[in-house]
Design a protein. Structure first.
Length: 139
């Protein structure tokens, strides 16, 4: 396959994923047409990756360590430490069902550099976002 075809296919997949993600976030009852994306989001590998990212954020916010290059909301993460680690434990638990919507919300929390995990917002905003994700985990 040529490089251009490969790049075009990769770009089309990114667009399809983005569209599916928006549909999953907009609805509490996902369409069966999105089963492929739900399987990707809730796969064991992806859940482990997100769980490790949460645990890494909690570890990086520890007051015993100097701040890293990552602009973490250290105070907020320390305040929400128990809830963040509980989320990570839910992701690592093979017997627990995790909704695709919750995974998407968690991905956004971890990747949004202007969000409450990284911005110097109040810890309350981070706690509210974590609570929203925990509620979505059960659905």
């Amino acid at each position: 396959m040529s490089l251009l075809k490969s790049w075009t296919a990769h770009r089309a997949l990114r667009v399809a994923r983005r569209s599916a993600d928006e549909q999953l976030l907009a609805s509490r009852l996902p369409s069966p047409r999105l089963a492929w994306r739900i399987a990707e989001l809730t796969s064991r590998e992806h859940r482990d990756e997100l769980g490790r990212a949460l645990a890494d954020a909690v570890h990086a916010a520890d007051e015993r360590f100097l701040p890293s290059a990552r602009p973490l909301n250290r105070g907020g993460v320390r305040e929400a430490r128990a809830q963040l680690l509980e989320l990570a434990a839910c992701l690592f638990d093979d017997d627990r069902h995790v909704s695709a919507r919750a995974v998407l919300l968690l991905e956004r929390l971890l990747s949004d550099s202007a969000g409450p995990l990284y911005a110097n917002d109040s810890a309350r905003k981070l706690c509210l976002r974590v609570k929203e994700i925990r509620e979505a985990l059960g659905s």
